[in-house]
Write a protein that binds this ligand. Structure first.
Ligand SMILES: CC(=O)SCCNC(=O)CCNC(=O)[C@H](O)C(C)(C)COP(=O)(O)OP(=O)(O)OC[C@H]1O[C@@H](n2cnc3c(N)ncnc32)[C@H](O)[C@@H]1OP(=O)(O)O
Ligand SMILES: O=C([O-])CC(=O)C(=O)O
Length: 378
């Protein structure tokens, strides 16, 4: 043991500079490139936000048209990738199949190791264009259905619904989905983004960085929580059970997924916007089931805040919103990836623009130096 001060989980450590987003827990705010995320969610489509995250400012109409053209050109998966996906283990989690498919995209791309700014940007758009089709194709194959080709006439969110369900839902529902894409897009040095930056810092390629980030996001302490939230709501089953369920969970010292955050201690800046989108969607759908999940969510939130002062994070309203849109629960974290790919790739680009290998120190707690005893004498 030494008297070195260790920052476990790197809590409170500033590891690098970034100009992409600013998390401000003291005023419960989050900005992307200086714009408040709630304004972006209300006034912009996700495609505009993607441009902003990569390029530093909101696009003009001409710039947005160019991005949309480039993205639509990149839609479509190779026959090889679809053939490999047909062979995937249908019991594997979709985050595992997505991780494998993204790694496959890397080995298919002859320019994978081109880390010039233009090369990185082209690959960021390639990933942003292809990941939704991987998620939709995996969903269809698991359910014994043929993949649906992307439509070059549809926007990012509409095209995803089309590839999953062969139809685009009402505008209220598409808007709720699009808002979730904007809110999930970027969040400074969260675990998966930091993973991507660490991988990029060894001058590895962008596909490796994104593959690693997907592995990090999968965990239930990070992106995997949006799925866990929905399992909880289903397990509770009725608003009448919700308060007691939470009291029991807290008494048993359980970690309730969808609550708490490393940086926000008084509430996640994105939650009011996502909760309002969830509420509007519940109204638009108007079913008994939709109202039931809304009521359960409300009671869980109130009970947790009253009992522990722990607030919900973005995964709490996003999980049930995706469920009510018709997505299977294991698709929720892959859907998060469809959005966060913008933040991850922007961070890889930023890291490589002024790179320093990420290599912290460790405080050694093992046995002191000793002599090797030959095997016959041990
Ligand atoms: C998009 C995202 O990634 S958002 C995060 C999604 N993750 C989740 O929803 C998982 C559930 N939440 C958690 O596990 C945590 O809140 C984390 C991992 C997100 C942040 O955790 P940390 O910053 O490491 O805080 P830590 O785990 O030390 O918690 C502090 C205290 O709050 C309690 N706490 C924090 N979150 C929760 C929770 N969800 N349920 C119950 N108690 C909680 C801890 O038990 C701890 O209590 P103690 O001091 O009495 O031991
Ligand atoms: O910032 C974090 O630690 C987790 C989070 O909310 C995110 O990645 O969106």
């Amino acid at each position: 043991m030494t008297d070195t001060e260790v920052k476990y989980g790197l809590a409170g450590v500033y590891a690098d500079d970034t100009a992409i987003s600013k998390v401000m827990p003291e005023i419960n705010s989050l900005t992307y490139r200086g714009y408040k995320v709630q304004d972006l969610a209300e006034k912009c489509r996700f495609e505009e936000v993607a441009w902003l995250i990569w390029n530093g400012d909101l696009p003009t109409q001409a710039q947005l048209d160019a991005l949309n053209r480039a993205e639509r050109e990149e839609r479509g998966l190779s026959d090889d990738l679809i053939a490999v996906m047909r062979k995937f283990n249908k019991k594997a989690h979709p985050m595992d199949t997505l991780r494998t498919a993204v790694s496959f995209l890397g080995q298919e791309d002859d320019t994978a190791n081109d880390s010039s700014p233009e090369g990185l940007y082209a690959k960021a758009i390639r990933l942003y264009a292809k990941i939704p089709q991987i998620v939709a194709t995996d969903y269809r194959l698991r359910n014994g259905k043929e993949p649906v080709a992307p439509s070059k006439d549809l926007g990012f969110s509409e095209n995803f619904f089309h590839m999953c369900f062969e139809k685009v839902p009402a505008p209220d529902i598409v808007k709720c989905f699009d808002i979730s894409m904007t809110l999930y897009a970027e969040h400074s040095f969260n675990a998966s983004t930091f993973t991507a930056r660490v991988i990029a810092s060894s001058l590895s390629d962008i596909y490796s960085a994104v593959t690693g980030a997907i592995g990090s996001l999968k965990g239930p302490l990070h992106g995997g929580a949006n799925e866990a939230v929905m399992h909880t709501l289903k397990e509770i089953g009725s608003p009448d059970n919700a308060r007691q369920w939470m009291l029991d969970a807290l008494a048993q010292k359980k970690r309730v997924m969808g609550f708490g955050h490393r940086v926000y201690r008084k509430g996640d800046s994105r939650v009011p916007t996502m909760t309002e989108a969830y509420r509007k969607m519940v109204e638009a759908i108007g079913t008994e089931e939709a109202r039931k999940y809304w009521e359960i969510s409300k009671i869980l939130n109130e009970t947790m805040v009253a009992e522990k002062g722990i607030y919900p994070n973005l995964d709490f309203p996003a999980g049930p919103s995706y469920y009510l849109m018709g997505f299977e629960i294991p698709m929720f974290t892959p859907i998060f990836v469809m959005s966060r790919i913008t933040g991850w790739t922007a961070h890889v680009i930023e890291q490589l623009a002024d790179n320093k290998l990420v290599r912290p120190l460790s405080n050694y707690t093992g046995v002191e130096q000793r002599e090797v005893v030959p095997i016959e004498k041990r």
